[in-house]
Ligand binder design. Structure first.
Ligand code: SF4
Length: 293
C-alpha cells in the first residue's frame, strides 16, 4: 500500500509532463464514520485522511489521461432495457428494512441464477446511516471467487479495484458500498439475461434508496443497464456525468469493469480519467451538502 504523496509544483509539473493526472480534492478528505458491522465481510481499518494529492500507483498504471475540466453532464435520454419485475414484488422489496433486505437476497429464488449459485452476494460496505453514503460501486455479477466467498470483487479484478480505490483515497467498506447488478453468479460467467436483470433490479433499487449514495460508479455494461437503463456502449457513455434512473438526480459515472481492464490494460488511463471525474463529482456533492457559514 503506497501512502498518499505531498507534491510540490515542480513534481506536479513533471507528472503532468508524463501524462499523469494528479487528483486534488477541493478539501482534504475527512475520515468516514465507522461503518456498521456487516455480515458479508470483515471491513479493514479506516484509511488515513487523504493528503492534498494522490498519484495512481504503478500497479494501476497510466498513460496520458483525458484532460481535466468542467464536468460535462449527460443529456442522453437512454432507452429503457429489459422487462420489469412484478410491481407487487418490487413494492414489497422496496419497504424491507436493511437486515430483511439482506435475508431476502440470500433466500431469493426469483430467477434461474439461484440454481447453481453457492450463495447470493448482497454487497459489502457500511449499512445505511443518517449521512448519505459517499460512493456506490455497481458491478455486473459475482464471479466464481465472489460466489464462493460471498463478497463482490475479490480475486484479480478485486485487487485492481482496491488499487484504484486506494489511488482515489477511498477504501472498500469506508464510505464505499460495492454491489452488483445481479446478486447471483451467472454460470460460467456468462452475461446475465434481461429477465435475470429485471428480477434482480428491485434489490439494487432498495439498496440505492437505503444508502442514498452521493455518487454512483457503474462498472461495465450491465451495471450501466442497471443504473441508467441504457444499452449504449461504455465508450459512448464514459467521460460525462449521468443521472441515476432511479431518482433522476444522483450523479453516475460510467467506467470500465476491472476485469475488462485486466484484459485491456491500454484502457486503464481512460478508466483513471473516469475515476477523477467521479472524485470531482463526489467533492461537488459533499460541498453541496455542506451549509455555508
Ligand atoms: S440473481 Fe437476483 S433475482 Fe436472481 S435469484 Fe439471485 S437474488 Fe434473486
Amino acid at each position: 500500500m503506497s501512502a498518499p504523496l505531498h507534491l510540490d509544483e515542480r513534481q506536479r509539473a513533471m507528472l503532468a509532463e508524463m501524462g499523469v493526472r494528479v487528483w486534488s480534492p477541493v478539501t482534504a478528505r475527512a475520515p468516514q464514520a465507522p461503518p456498521a458491522p456487516q455480515a458479508q465481510a470483515a471491513v479493514p481499518a479506516a484509511p488515513a485522511p487523504l493528503a492534498r494529492a494522490v498519484v495512481v500507483p504503478a500497479a494501476v498504471a497510466f498513460a496520458p489521461a483525458a484532460p481535466a475540466g468542467a464536468m460535462p453532464v449527460s443529456v442522453l435520454a437512454p432507452p429503457r432495457v429489459s422487462a420489469a419485475a412484478a410491481p407487487e414484488r418490487a413494492a414489497h422489496i422496496a419497504q424491507l428494512p436493511w437486515a430483511q433486505l439482506q435475508s431476502a437476497v440470500s433466500e431469493c429464488r426469483a430467477c434461474g441464477l439461484c440454481q447453481k449459485r453457492q450463495q447470493a452476494v448482497f454487497g459489502v460496505g457500511p449499512a445505511p446511516a443518517a449521512e448519505p453514503l459517499d460512493v456506490l460501486l455497481v458491478g455486473e455479477g459475482p464471479g466464481e471467487q465472489e460466489d464462493l466467498r460471498g463478497e463482490p470483487f475479490v480475486g484479480k479484478a478485486g485487487e485492481l479495484l482496491d488499487l484504484i480505490l486506494q489511488a482515489s483515497g477511498l477504501q472498500r467498506g469506508h464510505g464505499v458500498f460495492i454491489t452488483n447488478a445481479v446478486k447471483c453468479r451467472p454460470p460460467a460467467n456468462r452475461n446475465p439475461e434481461p429477465e435475470e436483470m429485471a428480477q434482480c433490479a428491485p434489490f439494487l433499487a432498495a439498496q440505492i434508496a437505503a444508502l442514498r449514495p452521493r455518487i454512483v460508479v457503474a462498472m461495465g455494461r450491465f451495471a450501466v443497464q442497471a443504473t441508467l437503463g441504457s444499452s449504449a456502449p461504455i465508450g459512448q457513455l464514459r467521460g460525462q456525468l449521468h443521472r441515476l434512473q432511479h431518482d433522476g438526480r444522483t450523479p453516475v459515472v460510467v467506467t470500465y469493469h476491472p476485469a475488462y481492464l485486466l484484459r485491456q490494460p491500454q484502457d486503464k488511463a481512460r478508466a483513471w480519467a473516469d475515476w477523477c471525474l467521479a472524485l470531482d463529482a463526489l467533492d461537488e456533492a459533499r460541498g453541496a451538502a455542506t451549509p455555508s457559514a
